[in-house]
Ligand binder design. Sequence first.
Ligand code: GBH
Length: 487
Amino acid sequence: MNKKVTRRTFVKVAGATALASTTELPSFSSNAVAQTGNTGRDFPQGFVWGTATASYQIEGAVKEDGRGPSIWDTFSHTPGKVVNNATGDVANNHYHLYKSDVQLMKALGVKAYRFSIAWPRVFPNGDGPPNPKGLDFYNRLVDELLANGIQPYATLYHWDLPQSLQDRFGGWEGRDTANAFADYAGYVTARLTDRVKHIFTINEFGAFIEVGYRWGIHAPGLKLPPSRLNQTRHHAVLGHGLAVQAIRAAAKSGTKIGLAENITIPVPVVETASHLAAAERAMREMNAQYLTVIQEGKYTDWYLKSAGADAPKFTPDELKIISSPLDFVGINIYTAEFVRADESSPAGYAHVPRPKSFPHAPSFWLFIVPDALYWGSRHVSKLWGAKEIYITENGCSAADEPAQDGRVYDTDRVQYLRSYLTQLRRATAEGVPVKGYFLWSLMDNFEWADGYTNRFGIHYVDYATQKRTPKLSADFYREVIARNAIV
Ligand code: GBH
């Protein structure tokens, strides 16, 4: 049964919004929406609605309370690497504004919040002596969330690698970084899992390795040749596996462990049996170096064959570690690829080229494919039998600008979310075990190499004043959560 939003909760919610964002704007919430009915739009009972952020993108306070430098401090301070040479030095100043940011979440009605822990706050050099003041921030944040009825979901690595590990071991190119990651994971787990019940090891191997070590567009800004790149990929999944073991050993009972991967999603170009079979083959191959080896404990024959002499060096024992069993699989979904059946191709599928006219968000890579949510979660459950899946990120950039009346009418984002959620609902209605959804992002923030020029938030951030204003999409999302249904 969906909870009806009464006049009373509406007033309470609107009041909390005003308080949190210091805006006097009335909410878009309206009982009129309910009159359209929710037939075929509801989500399973207990579905976990949340929002997500990451440490370097929002925290600021990069030199406070003993935090060590990360590769993103170094990278963003290198002229020419980030649009307008923006840095995360201040970002959303969330380190100091976390209490009012929790109130933004409370006003939305989210049940859960996915944030990441900055490794260099906890271990300023990546390994060696810990900095208790660093972990204290997350203790405060977790307590604040729980006091407001919001479940904390913590990610251990969202790209802010301690600079010292880059300097000494070449970052993830060195196996020592994988070992250090496991030690850090165990340390944090022992101290947070009395309150944090969901831990994610690593956010998006497929992004930080490819963009940071292959294309050089993200920190650490390297363009490694294929053999070294494959070894780096291998050490990242190994770090994940070692961390899973360290977390299991240190966690309080009831802790669930997973990851958050931005899988490449093949959508069958037409939904016939042969294209669908091709898409399932493509799913394994397109994710061979990351989620596939984590789920299957082996690299696909096709990957090893095509890598040839550049294939990573590994032992059977490492493959076992990499595929340590998980409690859930988190997938970050923004976009997808199209594939078709092709018996003549040795891989058993063909990639369908994307026409120039394919619509995308302001981020050039964010092609709008709502079906991604359906196929992404379905592939993960069908191919690997995942029993618990979370959509750990989904959202879009938009050219948000406050209108004359101070509101941000991001109807494009609302449309994006509504069509994506419709496809997610298709999955849950078919029994794909998706347990929750984390909208990226709670608020505009430091969008990596794009600096502050691309806004993904459902709250608008004025960086000069740090004022947060709910966008139309925040009102949309609040209604979705309140009704547990698409509105
Ligand atoms: C997520 O990545 C991240 O987890 C999150 O931190 C980020 O804010 C959010 O998306 C929105 O971007 O510059 O040509 O190399 C999503 C997957 C992988 C998409 C890296 C952008 C960079 C393209 N991203 N990719 S390029």
